[in-house]
Design a protein around this ligand. Structure first.
Ligand SMILES: [Fe+2]
Length: 288
């Protein structure tokens, strides 16, 4: 058996053992100690295990380099075979897309999701963001999420409700939240973990960095392997709510800022107001 497939299977087996049925509906049992075996199993999983060994090229569809990258991806089918035990390769599927993701056009950046597996107790999948892409602020009520960066650099801002007991009220009407991280960078191989009351609301984004060194390429974006326990389930109070931030006045009036189009803006205050709002320019395309 290929090493890569073995690593993914080990991750799935560990989730089977760790995400026990009795944990569902018991967010108080989702602790760092509980998920430690999953975090360890995640360490061995790499981008190659999913056929992501080659960087995801985000270029103009007519760009010859993009065509060359797609040809290379096709030629790598033999390597991608390794990932078959864990499902087909996202790269192969994207290479077959008639339209290469095109960030040079003025349309919203798309986010892709590749589903690996899901039970009533856990789910595993990969989000792939283009350079400059973003997953808007959202929550994971009563859940634990491990997010491992498979390639690229991921920036994360995360928050927790100031009054945890107000969870359900705040998800409907908004509420005060305390800052956990603003723009923290996670590079390839790093894993971010959130818990029901620790960094539970977050946004991901990745920079577009055209440089002379990379021939003006916007970069590779970021691929994030998410392990969620238990999964989203609307009927069980675990649906996903999106939010917009606004600054609240604090002792230092000079720090007051409003939400801006530039989502990378750092809010200097440690406290913000999060208000539920459906994102207008966010769309996830399923690669399965
Ligand atoms: Fe998330």
């Amino acid at each position: 058996m290929a090493r890569g497939a073995a690593a993914v299977q080990r991750l799935v087996r560990t989730c089977e053992r760790t995400a026990r049925r009795e944990l569902v509906g018991r967010p108080d049992l989702l602790t760092p100690e509980l998920i430690e075996p999953i975090a360890r199993a995640l360490q061995d999983v790499t981008k190659a295990d999913f056929g992501l060994a080659e960087p995801w090229h985000w270029r103009h569809p007519e760009d010859e380099a993009a065509a060359a990258a797609e040809a290379k991806a096709e030629a790598d089918e033999e390597d991608q075979q390794k990932a078959h035990d864990a499902g087909a390769s996202p790269v192969k599927r994207v290479a077959a897309r008639p339209n290469t993701p095109n960030l040079l056009a003025s349309k919203p950046a798309e986010t892709y999701y590749y589903h690996i597996t899901e039970t009533s107790r856990y789910s595993i999948g990969i989000f792939i963001l283009p350079p400059g892409g973003r997953i808007p602020m959202h929550d994971h009520p009563r859940m634990c999420v491990l997010s491992k960066v498979l390639f690229g650099d991921m920036n994360v801002s995360s928050y927790d409700w100031t009054v945890p007991a107000d969870l359900d009220h705040n998800r409907k009407h908004g509420g005060l939240a305390d800052t956990v991280d603003v723009g923290a960078t996670y590079s390839e191989g790093m894993t971010k973990v959130l818990f029901p009351h620790k960094g539970n609301m977050h946004e991901f984004y990745t920079q577009a960095k055209p440089t002379s060194e990379n021939g003006g390429s916007l970069g590779v974006g970021v691929a994030i392997l998410d392990v969620i326990l238990p999964p989203y389930d609307e009927g069980s109070g675990r649906d996903c709510t999106y939010f917009v931030r606004s600054q609240v006045e604090d002792d230092d009036a000079s720090t007051s800022l409003g939400e801006t189009a530039d989502h990378t803006t750092a809010f200097p205050s440690s406290r913000v107001f999060l208000e539920p709002a459906e994102p207008e320019d966010f769309y996830v395309e399923n690669l399965n």
